[in-house]
Design a protein around this ligand. Structure first.
Ligand code: FES
Length: 127
């Protein structure tokens, strides 16, 4: 499955807490899940998958639209809730934990008039 860029709104900026993240999910199986993190008026999007074991980086599930809860440390780094890998929001790089030296897979997005649009064709990962 492929999703066409520029037609899909992943999030509304006002719905993403500053210093936090929002999950967008394409289907109920969670096969395509993207986390959109916000720092002020900037957004950074990544595949919602920990490089360590491929697990989602948030917890919980609230339906087809996504809605996982994400966790951050005092340096505003995303923390994987499973084994504690940390990730810099701006770069996706992991400075500590099981993924140290690795990083998240970025997803291209475009912020236009307060809406975060998908800016690449997102293929469903093959498991
Ligand atoms: S699954 Fe994320 S740190 Fe292991």
């Amino acid at each position: 499955m492929s999703m066409q860029e520029d037609s899909i709104v992943l999030a509304v900026l006002a719905d993403i807490p500053d210093g936090g993240a929002y999950e967008w999910r394409a289907d109920e199986q969670g096969m395509v899940s993207v986390l959109i993190a916000r720092l002020g008026e900037q957004v950074f999007a990544y595949r919602n998958s920990c490089p360590h074991q491929g697990r989602p980086l948030g917890l919980g599930r609230s339906g087809p639209g996504g809605g996982q809860k994400f966790f951050f440390d005092k340096q505003q780094r995303l923390v994987c809730p499973h084994h504690g890998a940390t990730f810099e929001i701006e770069t996706g790089r992991s400075p500590s934990g099981p993924c140290q030296g690795g990083g998240l897979t970025p997803v291209a997005v475009r912020l236009v008039e307060g809406k975060v649009y998908l800016a690449e064709n997102l293929e469903t990962p093959k498991y």
